[in-house]
Design a protein around this ligand. Structure first.
Ligand code: SAM
Length: 167
């Protein structure tokens, strides 16, 4: 899949920027982010989904998309093997990327491991893997809110086992 995105990397923003920015606006409206938060964007691509008012690290396996990503903190990596310590991030987001992962179950476990207690996934409704994705999300996280936005469902999630789970 990374080869596909590298091939279309030059036209990615032209094709998808507008729709991705709409999803980003819904995410921002529905989560509280502090300037001091550290946020991980899993499958950050060209960086459209990394635009938050806090420190953001993006990971993506597509060299082609990362070359076009002008953000400072980006790492070539896959969701299935995140090069971070446990509980390193206040917030983890992944925008229209989950359906591309090689191993969704492994990736969600990794995301849960590196995140503290706030997770947002925007998932493509028409993906063939949508029911598996929903099952794995429910297995690994507590669903706080779900919003349907055009082609995607946005999941606002909490860690099932987080100790200070007040909100
Ligand atoms: C539709 S693009 C979304 C990019 C970006 N989040 C956005 O909103 O513009 C899907 C992204 O998932 C990335 N991806 C594919 N396989 C992945 C994996 N195993 N782990 C993390 N990201 C992956 C692709 O390289 C691509 O950048």
């Amino acid at each position: 899949m990374e080869d596909y995105y590298s091939q279309i990397s030059k036209s990615y923003n032209e094709l998808h920027k507008e729709e991705q920015l709409k999803k980003l606006a819904v995410i921002k409206k529905n989560i509280e982010i502090k300037n001091s938060d550290l946020l991980l964007d899993v499958g950050c691509g060209t960086g459209i989904s990394s635009q938050f008012n806090c420190k953001v690290i993006g990971i993506d396996p597509s060299i082609g998309l990362l070359r076009l990503n002008k953000k400072r903190n980006k790492i070539l990596a896959k969701a299935e093997n995140l090069p971070f310590k446990n509980n390193a991030f206040d917030i983890v987001v992944s925008v229209t990327a989950l359906h591309n992962f090689d191993n969704i179950e492994k990736a969600l476990k990794e995301i849960k491991r590196v995140g503290k207690n706030k997770f947002v996934f925007s998932v493509l409704k028409k993906s063939k893997r949508i029911s598996r994705i929903k099952t794995q999300i429910k297995k690994n996280f507590k669903i706080k809110k779900m919003i349907e936005k055009e082609e995607d469902i946005l999941f606002f999630l909490r860690n099932k086992n987080y100790i200070n789970n007040y909100d």
